[in-house]
Design a protein around this ligand. Sequence first.
Ligand SMILES: *Cc1c(COP(=O)(O)O)cnc(C)c1O
Length: 398
Amino acid sequence: MIEKPTGSRAEEPHCSGTLSLDTLVARGATYFEPVTGAISTPIYQSSTFRHPGLFESTGFDYSRVVNPTRSELECTIAMLEHGKYGLAFACGMGAISAIIKLYKPGDHLIVSEDLYGGTYRLFSEYYAGYGFSFSWVDTSDITQVEAAIRPETKAVFIETPSNPMMKVTDIQRCGELIHRHGGHLIVDNTFLSPYFQNPLDLGADIVTHSGTKYLGGHNDTLSGFMVHARDELEDRLRNVQRSEGATLAPFDAWLTLRGIKTLALRMERHEKNAFRIAHWLRGHARVEKVFYTGFEDHPQYQLSQSQARGFGGMISFYVRDAADVPVLLKSVSLILFAESLGGVESLITYPLVQTHSAIPEAMRLSAGVNNRLLRLSVGIENPEDLIADLAAAFRHCG
Ligand SMILES: *Cc1c(COP(=O)(O)O)cnc(C)c1O
């Protein structure tokens, strides 16, 4: 049995064992709580912890710094992402903001142009103002990444598949490129989850997640993560987490742990449903184009297959007529019109006004996010019910 870690870090990369991913998600880092035998990790709703004596500690002192429920989650996510260290934050943006603290004013980062709008806002509205500079490029084209490297480039930050255009970036080649330059590769792995993709195995230095999405999986809590295996970064990253305080609360850590237990089952179903719905959408007369990495004619289909174990549950599509958008959003009933993704409930999003509203028009359009683009986070419902809902909504159009 795996020992319960007594600090804020997994001392060993437990994932080096022989357990497969579907076992790891169901069981987590620790199989039971050693004091009482509780099989569900207890919610340690305590802000502080008693010291046995001067210079003595149980390993837990104060919950901003380390909390047992959060530690179990941090070790679990580290195992799932084949890392050594897992750090849990109040949400995905908290994790991303903490990663940027590795760098200094004057440093330059290359970022996927087609990415979560909140990340764009954080970088362009806040960190750019503190003297960081960013180049927004289509990282699915490795020559653009190479061309953007400058002497002061410290990292490449990618989302793959990208949000919402489903472009796939070659993780390994991006890593090789930036490593030759002495920088880091950071991958936002929210869309595929560790069930389908492990960027650290492909040479990424840091993986980040919005755990609000597939990891939590139930649209009921926010959480965010970073995972890495670099001893030389761990103290700095842990210190940012401890100092800034955007740490995950015990109850939210427990909800995320509970969500992760079914990650394997959910991801299989999300993917199966998305495959069915993507093909159905593609055949619909009111749909102009469907963006889905599982299509054999997706431009990076081979790359997806070589670096990921699945295509995930996300689909974007252009309708032919922008006038259909408000009608569809009003007419769907089983599928809910809401921001976010990765939960058991299917959601439809209008990136232009929701997830990507912070991105300037020219950049949005160049990435392909126009007024005819809709994004579907396919849930785990019966796919025929979802198709019937879409079909009925389309009948209200035109
Ligand atoms: C939602 C999301 C984020 C931000 O995460 P929050 O938990 O909402 O803070 C970052 N990256 C991607 C790809 C996301 O989908």
